[in-house]
Design a protein around this ligand. Sequence first.
Ligand code: Z5A
Length: 210
Amino acid sequence: MVAGKFITLEGGEGGGKSTQARMLAAALAERGLPVLLTREPGGAPGAEHLRTLLLDGAIDWSPQAETLLHFAARAEHVERTIRPALAAGIWVVCDRFADSTMVYQGHGQGADRGTIATLTGLLRARPDLTLVLDVSVETTLARLAQRGTAADRYERLGAAFFATIRDGFRAIARAEFQRCALIDGEPDEATVAAAILEAVRVRLAPAVRR
Ligand code: Z5A
């Protein structure tokens, strides 16, 4: 059995990751590929419990504790969901992964980036392709306002934090250009989806139909 491909979507809030992860999974399925759509934090029972602890804002975690909680959730996700799916030949489309910890906890909250890189390596689950969705801070704020739901713990951190996050993801995309594709998230959803499908086709599977 040929192993599946592991594709992650990364970027700041409101960049369209969740929308595009759904559209990409549907586009791959339409092309006859077996696909699993998953997300972080979460994607396995224990990891979904940890997601609630991380996002509901009841506890102001220290950056180090928060980093370790994200990696505890991720270890469950990798072992119970991602690795078995890839081994079964399934393409895994994942909304956020380890780059989010490097950027939010490392660049954003000052957790030690060397430790985050070491923990990432221990997972032995390097994405085949990471799509970094890039939008301006103004677009982030406008889309979050338009969505109109209550801000979660991270969203309450504000514009300066979003700028740091954007810079962090752009730095990873530049430094790891063989793994990452920087995608302009500003155009309409269909245009962004077409750019993503083209990146997948070029980087991973020229046989994937346009
Ligand atoms: N976090 C962390 O700190 N460390 C980690 O290791 C991990 C995560 C894994 C997860 O929250 C939070 O956890 C996240 C980082 C932190 N911080 N926050 N907040 P989440 O899963 O609840 O949220 P998110 O990942 O940030 O997703 P989001 O805010 O929903 O944004 P998105 O997925 O990029 O966008 P979207 O939901 O697809 O779209 C947002 C809105 O924009 C929506 O109304 C869409 O209809 C609209 N949209 C999307 N695309 C377009 C286009 N192209 N044009 C116009 N409007 C659009």
